[in-house]
Design a protein around this ligand. Structure first.
Ligand code: M7G
Ligand code: MG
Length: 327
């Protein structure tokens, strides 16, 4: 899920304090310095680590300490660069580094799945935690990861559902938006009593079956509104090809036309406390579980060169060693 970002300066932040230098140093050493050297080679890698530190800050530190201010990733990045010795030399470039990182993120290829029910009248969409748009379950490819493997992993992370036995490698719809390739595998015939629940924290807020004929928008824009007023993100451009796929593939279950199926919400963060495999989604995520995700290196977008700030970046490893850090 590629989230749309929202400014954190809301009224609930009034009177709250910024994280201490001690906390920022701790987050920096745990998430940014405590990784293999390979991951510290460029700013785009560093910024992915900063993002993990940020999620940990928001999901754990802020949640456990109500006096702490909730921040945007940009604010957090700037504080971290200002506070931590190894990052401070680059603080004058932090705005450019952040800009390059966000544009880099938008070029990493994305794969996922269009999951259809048994009538092929509804598809499964997930709603992002921030914002209110619905999209197909999907996400960025890791380094050296096959397209289909990324789709299986992202669908599992975002819905708790394993499509590995159902996914056909040749059955997909693919588009390139600006510089980002998006491939969605068609996984058809999933029963609507299947249990879904995301495995990640604060990424997905709701999962639902939506009627395809309610998604058809007036345009092919990336952000659109369906006929039911649904806000959609990168759904509309796939609908044409999806309809033609459906017209060539008979659905396993035929619906009576006088009894149309309704949209069906199957998981909601507000009302649910358990995940699809019986795992609790509200448990405090430990540093270890965040650390486990760190080896996930993002694939470098093809035919692109890193931005200037990345090219000139060389992490000062001796400063890290001098800071007393040991792996
Ligand atoms: P992603 O993993 O960067 O993208 O998550 P991908 O699915 O395209 O690979 C997309 C968005 O979900 C992020 O920009 C965040 O807004 C949100 N998000 C994802 N994760 C794993 C977390 C998390 O652990 N904590 C929080 N607070 N937000 C997350
Ligand atoms: Mg994801």
């Amino acid at each position: 899920m590629s989230g749309l970002h929202r400014s954190s300066s809301s009224s609930k932040n009034i009177g709250k304090s910024l994280p201490s230098k001690e906390l920022l140093d701790d987050l920096c050493s745990r998430f940014v310095l405590n990784v293999p050297e390979e991951d510290q080679q460029s700013f785009e890698r560093i910024l992915f680590l900063v993002e993990y530190a940020y999620w940990y800050y928001e999901d754990n530190a802020v949640e456990n300490d109500p006096t702490l201010k909730s921040l945007s990733l940009k604010e957090f990045t700037s504080l971290l660069f200002n506070s931590c010795d190894v990052l401070r030399p680059y603080v004058s470039n932090v705005d450019d580094i952040f800009k390059d990182f966000t544009s880099y993120k938008c070029r990493v290829p994305v794969t996922g799945a269009i999951i259809l029910d048994e009538t092929y009248e509804r598809c499964l969409l997930v709603k992002g935690w921030k914002g209110s748009s619905w999209s197909f379950p999907r996400g960025k490819k890791s380094k050296d990861e096959e397209d289909y493997a990324c789709a299986i992993r992202e669908v599992l992370e975002e819905t708790g559902f394993d499509v590995s036995k159902l996914l056909k490698k040749e059955e997909y719809i693919e588009f390139t938006f600006r510089q980002q390739r998006v491939r969605l595998y068609i996984v058809a015939g999933v029963t609507d009593d299947t249990a879904f629940a995301p495995q990640t924290k604060k990424e997905i807020s709701e999962i639902a079956w939506h009627r395809l004929d309610h998604l058809q928008p007036a345009s092919n824009e990336v952000i659109t509104h369906g006929v039911a007023g649904l806000k959609l993100y990168m759904v509309a451009p796939f609908l044409g090809s999806l309809k033609s796929w459906i017209s060539k593939h008979p659905a396993p279950v035929k619906r009576r036309s006088d009894k149309p199926l309704r949209a069906l919400s199957v998981w909601n963060a507000r009302t649910s406390s358990t995940g699809g495999n019986g795992t609790t989604t509200t448990t405090t995520t430990t540093t270890e579980s965040y650390n486990k995700k760190q080896p996930q290196l993002i694939e470098r977008p093809k035919d692109t060169v890193p931005g200037n700030t990345f090219r000139s970046f060389k992490f000062n490893t001796s400063a890290i060693l001098e800071s007393g850090f040991s792996a």
